[in-house]
Design a protein around this ligand. Structure first.
Ligand SMILES: [Zn+2]
Length: 354
């Protein structure tokens, strides 16, 4: 286990601490590579560089290290970071469960090594790389799984995730584990279901019910509420379900104070305000760029193609669906804000600037 040093004096009372070593840093795959490997991961950015899956897999094998983030809070360093919080003597809960059975197995190995019994998993949202380990862990430990109400049916009927993205029943290329986790027996998150001292913080936008969790030792596990500056700066666009909710949530997130913020696909930060602001800027910038593409009334497919070109995104079935879903969310946002409107011509729905 590695301990995390924060420069903040909040952490001074922690036991002898060790900075996250350069070794650990170097094990972190470049985010673009992670997205490439995960292929369908629709989190901080869309992939742009095909052809590096094998290299990325090699890097990932060295991961899954337990890192201390607070007195009782830890995270497992892996492509979709997992929170581990001690809630009692020999007992722990997780925040999210990784992408699949293999992640679940590696989490279990860590818990066994530390002598911690898993009592529950609290999911930030239902995307496959956050709930993918739940079924395995539930089967092996009997732990309970909780998820916000808006996301609940997606954990029981995981076909809903690619269905939502595609906008209908998804064809075979979209029905794979990167978009469809194994279903698990999750329960709806309630106030009473939280461990003592925990707080659930709704931050919808990236997904319909994205929720962060604050632990009693003041670590906020923020899931995918914000993307990393590096990846967002490089790729410029990230998957968003509701642009208006996302912007609102970024405002809330930016005003939160905590000892540490742990994000699923970005480095942890002590102060989230500048990252939240950067995400909001990028979101507005993307909305402006999509609006700028509408030099004439245009169908969704044409806007999608031009958006992919503008952001240098190579399309395949999954990327087409991810960016397509995101573009439609941006168009809905622009339409609701009065910047664009729909018009029907020759049996086609076109978007035009107002
Ligand atoms: Zn997500």
């Amino acid at each position: 286990m590695k301990r995390l040093v924060c420069t903040s004096k909040n952490f001074e009372k922690f036991p002898p601490a060790v900075c996250i070593s350069s070794e650990v840093k170097s094990q972190q795959p470049h985010l673009g590579q992670v997205y490439l490997l995960m292929s369908a991961l629709y989190h901080s950015a869309f992939r742009v560089h095909p052809g590096k899956e094998r290299k990325c897999r090699g890097i990932m094998e060295g991961m899954y290290e337990l890192i201390q983030a607070g007195k009782d809070s830890f995270f497992i360093d892996c492509p979709s970071r997992i929170g581990v919080v001690r809630t009692g003597e020999g007992e722990a809960v997780l925040i999210d469960s990784g992408s699949d059975k293999d992640a679940g197995r590696r989490i279990r190995q860590i818990l066994d090594r530390e002598g911690w019994k898993l009592s529950a998993i609290y999911c930030t949202h239902s995307h496959a790389d956050h709930i993918g380990g739940c079924r395995y862990l539930q089967g092996k430990t009997g732990c309970r799984v909780f998820i916000p109400e808006e996301e609940h049916c997606f954990t029981r009927h995981t076909i809903l995730e690619p269905s939502l993205l595609f906008g209908g029943y998804p064809f075979a290329a979209l029905r794979h584990k990167f978009l469809m986790a194994e279903a698990c027996n999750a329960e709806i998150l309630t106030e009473e279901a939280l461990p003592p001292g925990f707080e659930a913080i709704p931050l919808p936008g990236h997904s319909i019910g994205m929720t962060a969790y604050r632990t009693p030792d003041d670590v906020v596990f923020a899931g995918d509420a914000a993307a990393g500056k590096e990846s967002l700066g490089k790729y410029g666009i990230s998957y968003i379900y509701s642009v208006s909710d996302h912007l609102r949530s970024l405002g809330i997130l930016g005003n939160l104070k905590a000892r540490l913020f742990v994000l699923s696909h970005a480095d942890h930060v002590e102060d989230i305000s500048s990252l939240a602001m950067y995400n909001a800027e990028k979101t507005r910038e993307t909305a402006g760029r999509i609006l700028g593409l509408l030099s004439e009334p245009m169908g969704t497919e044409s806007i999608l193609r031009r958006t992919a070109e503008a952001f240098g995104i190579t399309l395949d079935a999954v990327q087409y669906m991810l960016i397509g879903s995101t573009v439609r969310s941006y168009l809905a946002y622009l339409c609701d804000s009065g910047a664009v409107e729909t018009v029907f011509q020759d049996g086609m729905m076109l978007w035009r600037r107002v």
